[in-house]
Design a binder for this molecule. Sequence first.
Ligand code: IPE
Ligand code: IPE
Ligand code: MG
Length: 238
Amino acid sequence: MSDVKNPIPQHVAIIMDGNGRWAKQRGLPRLAGHKAGTENLRRVIRAAKDIGIKYITFYAFSTENWNRPEAEVKGLMLLLSEFIDNETEALHKEGARLLHIGHLAGLGAALEAKVKRAIERTKNNRDITVLFAFNYGGRDEILHAVKNLIAEGVKPDEVTVEKMSAAMFTAGVPDPELVIRTSGELRTSNFLTWQTVYSEWAFPATLWPDFDGEALRALVEDYTHRERRFGGLGKSSC
Ligand code: IPE
Ligand code: IPE
Ligand code: MG
């Protein structure tokens, strides 16, 4: 294999796609796919920590996912609630800090309070930071940031990339070096629009419930051999 060009990514972001197709292949209801997908989080988080990844973001519910049938939306909310009930302590023991990106207020008072408690419980952990994008949209986040800067009285010529980044839900979190979308779909679906301008992308065909630590390791390994140019001339062009 070619030379190592990049260290292990600090931040990997994952669009967890393919739960519905995974269920369909087995003749199961879509929610069974979402349940299997949720159960998969634990092993992928553990693998990420073992690899040395410091931040991992999971896209779990987009601002457009409200367009799904009400029963599926309710089921997804319940799975988030159960995940927090069942996994927060285990994640805390693993040294994981939980964060949320997106609009928590849209999830209802009980779920909002539950997510906030999990964030509070794990706030001092630093082995790995796990960001859940739930009720998240990239355009929505940019609008939210712009509105906040205007509300703070920031003048047009004072608006900078740094101030915009600091006004995002991801404030303080480095941009993801690697973004993975499972299930073979080739689009971003409104994910981390501001943060991914120079991310490396991977589109494995694997459906999310089947994606495991080995698959993550292989994509991280592949990433370390890629040449990132950021608009300049790479070493191989000189
Ligand atoms: C991803 O799986 C999970 C969410 C979007 C909530 P999908 O539900 O999109 O699965 P497919 O794309 O129908 O297979
Ligand atoms: C993107 O998947 C959102 C999440 C994985 C949470 P979708 O399945 O909703 O995306 P589209 O609609 O196929 O683009
Ligand atoms: Mg999908």
